[in-house]
Design a protein around this ligand. Structure first.
Ligand SMILES: NC(=O)C1=CN([C@@H]2O[C@H](COP(=O)(O)OP(=O)(O)OC[C@H]3O[C@@H](n4cnc5c(N)ncnc54)[C@H](OP(=O)(O)O)[C@@H]3O)[C@@H](O)[C@H]2O)C=CC1
Ligand SMILES: [Fe+3]
Length: 406
């Protein structure tokens, strides 16, 4: 079998985009990494390996990819990355990313000799069932297969899409764990160079915890959702007393029919406004605190820090309540009670012998609701189309890949 390296050809589409300040060749592909740049190996040629290679090349690393079939995979990688057979790819780099699923780790054992003494970065994520089935984390399993290597867990919380699109504020942190401080430092420096923020999570024994992070769906939503629900209950109770109970007690008027639609609709904007103010308030408090302390280099108290971190979720819930309010208001005239009101109005009009009826307030209300409803629907569909991957990311669907496949 020939072990000739097959050098990657130019990739198309999204993968051509420069990442961190790297210049492009005239043909639009990523330029060669400067000679003398640190060499990094990647085992595997799947979605994650491709995005990782693109970002590493863009961050100035010399990348060599090890594939079982380099000829087939070469065209999918940036031209600056070298795609070759696994055994050739692992011989010179000191740090090797294992972008392969856990069930295939054992197939790499034949490389044990070449891998001896190297740093292996485990990027894998178990599924929920795998996480429950195996007591030992993927990283610990890899370490047991390669006792002569140093295993570091990193990058599992970063999706292939985030690697391609570049880090954003919400997903910049990369938890790292490993037993050797030197190896952890080397990987942390790479994480930094790629534009992410390393977070030390301790020894390799913590890797099970790190591997569980992407399994948590909707992280950071519990408190804001409970807050929104609490506000809803309070405002609903207030509106019920004001609009239904009080007329019943004072005037014996039965307005209980208002409970499912009208009272809910009056409650929604109250919740939306309070939530919106809770998005802006912590920023003001943080600024005031910094002014009082005279420095911005001191940690905020925990409660304020948590509050600041939940602003995105609170804001989205506020938008959700406002959109629901627009929808409910749009549906108000569909109610039978509204038709009775109209008939009553018409009867009154006949009795009063008036020829023309035009309730200005009603007319304006409907025009505005319709306009807001259409605008909200348009904005929502635009948002859904343009930011589906980032929404998926914020919901923590980490494995959501948007990788250009040739
Ligand atoms: N996709 C994502 O967004 C993320 C993925 N990860 C992790 O990265 C790892 C790779 O994921 P991903 O790239 O999406 O998966 P893919 O299925 O796209 O790629 C897996 C790669 O493994 C290689 N491989 C090596 N040995 C074997 C073998 N014996 N059988 C089958 N394949 C083998 C193959 O490359 P070749 O054929 O060239 O040898 C293949 O391309 C996983 O552990 C995953 O949990 C982590 C975070 C996010
Ligand atoms: Fe309104």
């Amino acid at each position: 079998m020939s072990h000739q390296p097959a050098v990657a050809t130019k990739m198309s589409g999204e993968m051509d985009k420069p990442l961190i300040g790297r210049h492009l060749d005239s043909d639009g592909s990523l330029a060669e990494a400067p000679s003398g740049a640190p060499k990094v190996g990647i085992l595997g040629s799947g979605d994650f390996a491709r995005s990782l290679a693109t970002r590493l090349v863009g961050s100035g690393f010399n990348v060599v990819v090890g594939s079982r079939n380099p000829k087939r995979s070469a065209g999918l990688f940036p031209s600056a990355a070298q795609v070759t057979f696994q055994v050739d790819a692992v011989s010179s780099p000191e740090v090797i990313f294992v972008a392969v699923f856990r069930e295939h780790y054992s197939s790499l054992c034949r490389l044990s000799e070449q891998l001896a003494g190297k740093i292996l970065v485990d990027v894998s994520n178990p599924t929920e069932q795998e996480h429950l089935r195996h007591r030992e984390s993927n990283a610990e399993y890899l370490a047991s297969l390669f006792p002569t290597c140093t295993v570091v867990k990193a990058f599992n919380v970063i999706s292939a899409w985030t690697l391609q699109a570049g880090p954003r504020d919400g997903n910049r942190q990369v938890p790292i764990c490993g037993d050797q401080p030197e190896a952890k430092r080397a990987v942390s420096e790479m994480v930094h160079a790629m534009g992410f923020m390393p977070v030390d999570m301790g020894s390799l024994a913590s890797s099970r915890e790190v591997e569980a992070i992407p399994l948590r769906l909707l992280p950071g939503w519990k408190v804001p959702t409970l807050l929104a629900l609490g506000l809803f209950v309070c405002f609903y109770a207030y509106n019920f007393i004001r609009d239904v109970l009080q007329p019943y007690v004072q005037e014996r008027k039965n307005k209980f029919y208002k409970l499912p639609v009208s009272v809910v609709n009056t409650t929604l904007p109250c919740v939306a406004y309070v939530l919106l103010s809770l998005v802006y308030l912590p920023g003001v408090l943080a600024a005031a605190l910094q002014l009082r302390r005279g420095t911005k280099y001191r940690r905020f108290p925990d409660w304020l820090d948590h509050w600041l971190q939940h602003r995105k979720q609170i804001g989205l819930l506020s938008f959700f309540c406002a959109a629901l309010h627009a929808l409910y208001s749009f549906c108000l005239p569909l109610r039978r009670s509204h038709r009775y009101d109209l008939v009553n109005l018409a009867v009154k009009q006949v009795l009063a012998n008036k020829s023309h009826l035009w309730v200005e307030e009603e007319v304006w209300r409907m025009e505005i609701y319709l306009s807001v409803g259409v605008l909200a629907l348009g904005t929502l569909s635009l948002l859904a189309v343009t930011s589906l991957p980032s929404i998926a990311n914020s919901l923590n669907w980490r494995e959501f890949s948007f990788v250009q496949v040739k």
